[in-house]
Design a protein around this ligand. Structure first.
Ligand SMILES: [Zn+2]
Length: 342
């Protein structure tokens, strides 16, 4: 493996892959070039590969500037690999769930320190999906120039290699299953920690709104003092080309299956913004002397990521049906779509 002392996130990922080699299925789903450098885009899986078990996908690093998003996914993957050496309860859990990781979706952008990929395309605006409801100028996605932010790519062009890699992993590893979740870790929107669910391209409710509300309910009941704000992304702004809306619509080809893609938008990292490069150095996150505040932020989000694996493992116990499903639907509509509080 490459080992890049000047690219701490990729170096950390490859160190984790080495340490967990006995348990991890590792694939390079594409390679990305920027200047003279080439970087792999990894997909990593562990747990039961049987398509009859549920799955969770953990994604980070879509936006090269949002290093804390990649950091949270890397820290969680690392914690699993470390625990696999001694934690028999985790081994039991992994018999009942498949966990899939793409911690660094956009290594070229992260290397360059840009939100977009090396072609100047914003990977969260790149899917072939239009909003028909009006989106905010530029931020909702634009095809004017790759030199401006939120560039979608040329009209009619194939999706960028990184986007295609995510779609392939999601379709092969998640959408074939009866139940799957995805969580994509970002940072930089506001100061609150938000959990966004579809849609981004329309203010209409998505099909699995009752299931989403039931998931939030068991999280609320289990972590009574959490301070995540759950909402559909469209409540903040609408956008063209959202890859999770696109994949959710692809999932609709199998209506018997449930797929819920979530985005974690971390606001709690803002205090560390001044020195993001140091965050992931050997002396940063993985050093026991790290600042307590950073540990606290990461620990809080690790609980959320771990919750998703447990919720997927036990999905048959909490997924609502019939009248209970209708109760969740009505409560969700009142909460998020009829002017209710979040
Ligand atoms: Zn982002």
């Amino acid at each position: 493996m490459t080992r890049l002392p000047d690219f701490p996130e990729l170096a950390e990922l490859e160190a984790i892959l080495d340490a967990g080699a006995a348990w991890l299925d590792v694939r390079v789903v594409c390679e990305v070039a920027t200047g003279q450098r080439r970087f792999p885009v990894y997909a990593v899986a562990l747990g039961n590969p049987d398509p009859d078990v549920p799955a969770v996908g953990f994604f980070g690093g879509f936006h090269g500037l949002e290093r804390i998003g990649a950091a949270v996914v890397l820290v969680y993957l690392n914690s699993l690999v470390v625990r696999l050496r001694w934690d028999s309860v985790l081994h039991r859990q992994l018999e009942a769930v498949r966990l899939v990781f793409m911690p660094l979706v956009n290594p070229g952008g992260m290397w360059q320190g840009t939100r977009a990929n090396p072609n100047g395309v914003d990977l969260m605006r790149n899917a072939p999906l239009e909003s028909t409801e009006g989106v905010p100028f530029l931020i909702g996605g634009q095809r004017i120039s790759s030199r401006l932010p939120w560039y979608r790519g040329r009209l009619g062009a194939p999706m960028e290699a990184e986007s295609q890699a995510v779609c392939k992993v999601v379709e092969e590893q998640l959408l074939l299953r009866k139940f799957s979740l995805a969580v994509d870790c970002h940072s930089g929107f506001g100061v609150l920690d938000r959990i966004w669910f579809p849609y981004a391209h329309t203010a209409l409710p998505f099909g699995h709104l009752p299931e989403m509300h039931a998931l939030k309910e068991i999280f609320d009941q289990t972590y009574t003092s959490h301070d995540y704000l759950f909402e559909p992304q469209s409540r903040q702004y609408r956008a063209h080309g959202d890859i999770w809306d696109y994949l959710y619509q692809r999932a609709a080809a199998r209506p018997e299956n449930v797929f819920i893609p979530l985005t974690l938008e971390m606001g709690s990292w803002l205090w560390v913004k001044k020195n993001p490069r140091q965050l992931l150095s050997r002396h940063g996150i993985f050093n026991p002397l790290i600042a307590h505040r950073l540990q606290r932020v990461l620990r809080r989000h690790l609980s959320w990521l771990d919750f998703l694996g447990r919720a997927a493992s036990g999905w048959r116990r909490w997924l609502p049906a019939d009248a209970e499903r209708e109760r969740h639907r009505q409560q969700a509509l009142a909460r998020w779509y009829r002017g209710g509080a979040t």
